[in-house]
Design a protein around this ligand. Sequence first.
Ligand SMILES: O=C(O)COP(=O)(O)O
Ligand SMILES: [Mg+2]
Length: 209
Amino acid sequence: MLDLDGTLVHTLGDFVAALGCMLDELGLPAVTSGFIERTVGRGGEHLVRSTLAEAGGPAELFGHAWPLYQRIYAGLNGAHATVYPGVVEGLEALRFRGVPLAVLTNKPAAPAAELLRRKGLDGFFTHVFGGDSFERKKPDPLPLLKTCEALGTPPSATWMVGDSRNDAEAAHAAGCPLVLVTYGYNHGEDIRAVPAWRHVTRLDDITFF
Ligand SMILES: O=C(O)COP(=O)(O)O
Ligand SMILES: [Mg+2]
C-alpha cells in the first residue's frame, strides 16, 4: 500500500495553486506554502478548514469553500506536481517481483486516480483508495485493513509505504510493517524521528527480499 502525496508525487505546488486561487475568489489573503506543506496529509476537508482559519476567514465559509476548492483542484490536478525520483524505478522493481500494489491516500479517490493517470502511474496499481473510500481516514487503521482485504494479503505481510506520522500511526494500529520515505511532507517534523522498519531516500531503495 503506497501513500500518494509526498510519497509518489510531489503535489505541494498543486495544493498551493488551488488554495491560492480559492482564497483569491473568496477575497481572503494568501497563506504561505510552508503552512500548506505542514497541513497536507489529513485529507482535503482538513486542509481547506485549516487554510480558511489561517487566512482569517469564518468557519461557516467552509460549506462554500469546499466545493469551490474541489472544482479548482480538479482543473489543475497534476499541473504543478512531479513524480519523485526513484518512484517509477521502484514500482517497476516491485511489479517485476509480482508484488500486488495499491494506492492508499487521504486525497479523495477520484482526483487521486486522475493524478495517477496524468502522471502515467495508473498501470501499476490494482486498487486506488482515497480518503472518501471508507468510513474513516488514516491515521485510523480501517483504510489499511480494507486495502489488505482488497489485495488478499494479511496485514502482517502487507507493507505500508508513506511519508508521514499519519501513515505510521495507521500502519502500527493495523499491524502492517512500515517503510517511510524521507522526502515528503510530515506536518513540519523530521520523519526520521518516527519509528519504521526502514527510512528510505528513494522508493527504489526499498528491498523487501
Ligand atoms: O491529505 C491529502 O489530501 C493527501 O495526503 P496523502 O496522499 O499523503 O494521504
Ligand atoms: Mg503523504
